[in-house]
Design a binder for this molecule. Structure first.
Ligand SMILES: O=C(O)CCC(=O)C(=O)O
Ligand SMILES: [Fe+2]
Length: 221
């Protein structure tokens, strides 16, 4: 399931993050890419180990974690490996797949996300393109919005031909590893919330709630 979430960050939060990033030290993105992704990764990212990275990571993780749509659709166990990436004119990230296990703790990447930190008006090109078996789709969202997609895909960032693209990318180890199981839970949860809003706590709502809980018990790890 690929979906977007608008307004994950407020204008104030975006402003504050942008201001802090303006003065920050960025390094070559290749430093954190796997051996094959290195060949096609041409961007910059906030220096790892810096206190600013720690501070921003905590802030952004906190906001993402609290988003209800994210919680129900992704079921995060760990949000991890956040990178603040910058693409200047001429930069891109060619077709690749994300590493399955990341960092020294070998956290699994079930779900990938890109949270856009500046407006699409500020740059040309720079679309995130996600491939499927017979098609591909390009995403370039408003500042503060986030695109969420399965880590199992091939994807790329097209060349920025003008301006600067600023994003946070990150990965999630989900409580529910299987994407089709996550989708069943998401659909049932969405349906029961709609029923609750319309009719309150009916016996049908209770039955669906019971199923959601029992499926989670079966599938969560
Ligand atoms: O910048 C993006 O939107 C995605 C970057 C990406 O694919 C990655 O860092 O693995
Ligand atoms: Fe990627």
């Amino acid at each position: 399931m690929i979906f977007s979430i608008p307004d994950v960050l407020t204008a104030e939060q975006l402003n504050s993050i942008q201001t802090r990033l303006e003065k920050a030290e960025f390094v070559e993105g290749k430093l954190t890419a796997g051996w094959h992704a290195k060949l096609v990764k041409n961007n910059q990212q906030l220096k790892s180990g810096s206190s600013l990275l720690k501070e921003l990571k905590t802030e952004v993780e906190q906001v993402i974690k609290q988003n209800l749509l994210f919680q129900t659709a992704v079921r995060p166990r760990r949000i991890h490996s956040l990178l603040f990436s910058r693409y200047e004119e001429g930069m891109s990230y060619g077709t690749h797949t994300d590493n399955a296990l990341m960092g020294s703790r070998l956290l699994r990447s079930d779900v990938s996300f890109t949270l856009f930190l500046n407006s699409p008006d500020e740059y040309e090109g720079g679309e995130l393109v996600i491939e499927s078996a017979d098609d591909e789709k390009a995403y370039k969202l408003e500042a503060g919005a986030m695109i969420v997609y399965p880590s199992s895909t091939l994807h790329r960032v097209d060349t920025v031909t003008k301006g600067t693209r600023l994003v946070v990318v990150g990965w999630v180890q989900s409580l529910v590893r299987d994407a089709s199981q996550r989708e069943i839970l998401f659909d049932l949860d969405t349906a029961r919330r709609a029923m609750f809003a319309r009719e309150g706590k009916t016996p049908e709502f209770d039955l669906i709630s019971k199923s959601v809980a029992n499926l989670l018990r079966k599938w969560a790890e």
